[in-house]
Structures are given as structure tokens and as C-alpha cells.
Design a protein around this ligand. Structure first.
Ligand SMILES: [Zn+2]
Ligand SMILES: [Zn+2]
Length: 172
């Protein structure tokens, strides 16, 4: 299952009002499968550990939840929000409500910086049966247009450094 939000026409929003969408899939989507190919150590745990140690790209850290602008984000203000502890299933987590509230606050901060930015957001969660993965929320604001380099080569040009994006969101 893939749960996502397309907000604004430029982000593929199909209705004028905010709505999230659910798509049932027979297998984990390829992006989730790729995230789990990080070797023995969980990819999200590895990112959170290095980002918390560095600190400059951390937007919020409640101890239980961490939001960071990943170092190689695809777009300005790309955000990754995950529980600090490795939990596979978002929908069984006692932290989901707090995570969504923190996520909504970050989107509000983004809007106070950049206006009504079209955006895509989704939740990546491990399967109930397999009990694997580390659930997280991802936000990709659509401040740039994926073009030939992005679509053809899979290389994303991001004109805003993650450190600067995180600092701006922290200061809101
Ligand atoms: Zn993990
Ligand atoms: Zn993900």
C-alpha cells in the first residue's frame, strides 16, 4: 500500500481541495524496495545517526522523532521525518499522530517561507507481515521542474543547500 498526497496542480493534484490517496500494491513499491537494499544496517537509521551527529541538516528532533533535510535532496526543502527508533509499521506506531503533527508544522513553516508551494508527500512503511523497514514521511516541495537531466539521467539539480533549507525551517 502506498499513501500519498499531491497538493497543487503543479504537483499532480487532481482536485482543488486537499486530499490524500491510497494505492494498494501487490508488492512493496520499487522505491521502498531500493531503500531496504542498504546492506545489513537500516538505511533510515544510518541517515538519522549521521544527521543527528552533524546537526546542520536537522530541522526538528524531539528525541522520539527526527526531521532532516537529506544531504542529497531532490528539491529545495525536501524533508525526511522518521521515528528515532527503528520501527517498521507506521500504522501500528504510537508516534504516527505526533509525526503527522510535526510534518504539518514543517509544511506550515515552508509555506510561510515560500508561499503556497505545490508539493508531494508520502509515507513509506514496512509491511505488517514482514516486520521490516523503518517507517518515515517524505516531503518533496515542487519548487523546481524535473527536466531532461532529472528524468533522463536520474540526477536532480537542487539549487538550495540542505543546510540552508534546514536552517530556514528551524528559524521559523
Ligand atoms: Zn531503522
Ligand atoms: Zn522513503
Amino acid at each position: 500500500m502506498h499513501a500519498f498526497l499531491n497538493e497543487g496542480r503543479a504537483a499532480g493534484g487532481s482536485l482543488p481541495h486537499t486530499h490524500s490517496q491510497l494505492v494498494w500494491l501487490a508488492a512493496p513499491p520499487p522505491v521502498v524496495a531500493a531503500e531496504r537494499l542498504g546492506g545489513r544496517r537500516c538505511t533510515v537509521c544510518r541517515i538519522l545517526a549521521s544527521e543527528r551527529a552533524a546537526g546542520s541538516r536537522v530541522v526538528a528532533d524531539t528525541g522520539e522523532l527526527v526531521a532532516v533535510c537529506p544531504p542529497a535532496g531532490r528539491a529545495p526543502y525536501e524533508l525526511l521525518l522518521a521515528p528515532a527508533a527503528c520501527e517498521p509499521d507506521a500504522f501500528a506506531s504510537g508516534l504516527l499522530d505526533d509525526a503527522l503533527a510535526l510534518f504539518a508544522r514543517a509544511i506550515g513553516d515552508l509555506r510561510s517561507l515560500e508561499g503556497a508551494v505545490p508539493l508531494n508527500a508520502w509515507i513509506h512503511t514496512g509491511s505488517l507481515a514482514a516486520r521490516d523497514g523503518h517507517w518515515h514521511l517524505e516531503l518533496v516541495p515542487r519548487l523546481t521542474i524535473p527536466a531532461g537531466l532529472e528524468l533522463g539521467a536520474g540526477i536532480y539539480v537542487n539549487p538550495l543547500r540542505a543546510e540552508e533549507a534546514a536552517a530556514r525551517l528551524r528559524e521559523r
